[in-house]
Design a protein around this ligand. Structure first.
Ligand code: ADP
Ligand code: ASP
Ligand code: MG
Length: 439
């Protein structure tokens, strides 16, 4: 069994949907295909829910109509037969009638999730119908019948496996399954999702549930690159990464993978391969438990970081101080990314600001508190880089013109993290590429 996930660009136009169909029908192993919404759709659904949330049904209505028109054109272009066009139009119209119903009904955060789910529901239904038109009969597995998160927002792996197998067993003899990425139900059975970019995570969770031989993430670039191609021109694909390297890069902002994708695959030992839908012959990136050699493999950047500094001459050296500081972050369920200490202060970074005011208020019992928004963590990742003397030296040389706010070195063998103001991000990423990869 294999799992293949196709991202938004990979299913973004009728032409792309046709190429995906070719890629999935060439497999000689049973296959589960996980689809994202067509590119741009989830962003528009977010805008629609913003209008609805702000009680502007007219604004929402206009956006819904424009998106509906777009999908009607997709249907016209995608299908060759009148029968499939009609079926496609009916399906699309049902989803848009459902969206329009929110312009006169109650709208709460639960309904936001229902709106956001429509993109994947539509793309997967279109794809299944297209394959049917080609004479292939895939099974459409409704992700809402098996994908589930618990009260802690963590995937309920037991539930996922039991229910996915139950759904698949209803179709003995079938070897091609299509399902939606991103969407799930929560502990209360309501429609929810795995966070933006979550279809990658869906794919690895399905891979684990089915003990797949591999999970292939098909996207719009020829693999994991050594730096962020949105900010740096001369980046290169990396042939192989270890699970730990890929997990750290994804966690520290490499948009190509949802940050939680790698952990379940690592635990189950299932290789994750990144491939380019536009260039299937390109090698891509293999992420596995194989050693990949020492040295810096790639740089990633995570934005919207807030740095918090607690300063207390009296308390810091007292034992128990750190515990009290950490307990405050734990109380508000706010993960800390970086931490550095000096004799009189401790600095930490967070990216979830939802409880920042309460955290700062509680920290004030222990000293003065300074908060800096608009920070970026630049992270260099590669096996053993923290102990390779030349890696750290080249890194700091590259950063010589950039004001550094914090450094985290030695916490992990695989990672050196540097905190800078976000205004310096592009300059820092480019300087690092030219020092580390492009001499
Ligand atoms: P999909 O829609 O297929 O999920 P995404 O847009 O989520 O695709 O991810 C692919 C994009 O990630 C690339 O087009 C690229 O701009 C961006 N990206 C950021 N960092 C990296 C990196 N290190 N390697 C490759 N792509 C990256
Ligand atoms: N469609 C969702 C998003 O845009 C999930 C995904 O593409 O992975 O965030
Ligand atoms: Mg993505």
């Amino acid at each position: 069994m294999k799992v293949m996930k196709f991202g938004g660009t990979s299913v973004g136009t009728p032409e792309r949907i046709r190429s995906v169909a070719k890629l999935v029908t060439g497999s000689n192993e049973p296959l589960v295909v996980v689809l994202s919404a067509m590119s741009g759709t989830t962003n528009i659904l977010v805008e629609i829910s913003d209008y609805l949330g702000k009680k502007n049904p007219d604004g929402a209505y206009e956006k819904i109509n424009a998106l509906a028109k777009h999908y009607e054109r997709v249907v016209e272009e995608l299908f060759a037969t009148e029968a499939c066009r009609q079926k496609g139009l009916e399906m699309v119209r049902d989803h848009f009638a459902y969206l329009r119903s929110f312009t006169h009904d109650l709208f709460t955060s639960n309904e936001v999730k229902c709106v956001l789910a429509q993109g994947e529901l539509i793309s997967s239904a279109l794809f299944q119908l297209y394959l049917e038109e080609q004479g292939i009969a895939p099974v459409l597995l409704p992700a809402l019948n098996f994908m589930r998160i618990d009260r802690e927002q963590e995937p309920d792996q037991y539930y996922i496996r039991e229910n996915l197998l139950r759904e698949m067993e209803k179709h003995p003899g079938n070897s091609l399954f299509v399902t939606q990425g991103f969407i799930c139900r929560n502990a209360y059975g309501e429609i929810d999702n795995l966070g933006r970019g979550g279809s990658d995570y869906t794919a690895s969770l399905i891979g684990v549930a089915l003990d797949a031989s591999e999970v292939i993430i098909w996207t719009d670039i020829d693999g994991f690159h050594d730096n962020d191609p949105r900010y740096v021109e001369n980046t290169h694909p990396i042939a192989e990464l270890s699970f730990d390297e890929a997990a750290e890069l994804a966690y520290f902002g490499a948009k190509i993978l949802h940050p939680s994708t790698i952990l379940p695959a690592k635990v189950a030992g299932i290789p994750v391969i990144i491939k380019n839908t536009m260039d299937p012959a390109a090698r891509g990136t293999l992420i596995s438990d194989k050693p990949t050699g020492m040295g810096v493999k790639a740089i990633a950047a995570k934005d919207n970081i807030t740095a918090v500094r607690v300063k207390s001459g009296r308390m810091l050296l007292a034992y128990g101080f750190m515990r009290k500081v950490f307990e405050i972050f734990e109380l508000y369920r706010t993960p800390i990314d970086m931490i550095t200490t000096s004799e009189i202060s401790v600095s930490l970074t967070i990216d979830d600001r939802s409880h920042l005011d309460q955290i700062v208020e509680d920290l004030r019992h222990y000293g003065t508190v300074e908060v800096d928004h608009g920070q970026t963590i630049i992270c260099a990742v590669g096996e053993g880089i923290a102990s390779a003397s030349n890696a750290a030296a080249s890194l700091f040389n590259a950063m010589e013109d950039i004001p550094v706010r914090m450094i985290s070195y030695g916490g992990s063998q695989n990672n050196i993290s540097i905190l800078i103001g976000s205004d310096f991000k592009k300059k820092a990423l480019n300087a690092l590429s030219s020092h580390l990869f492009n001499h």
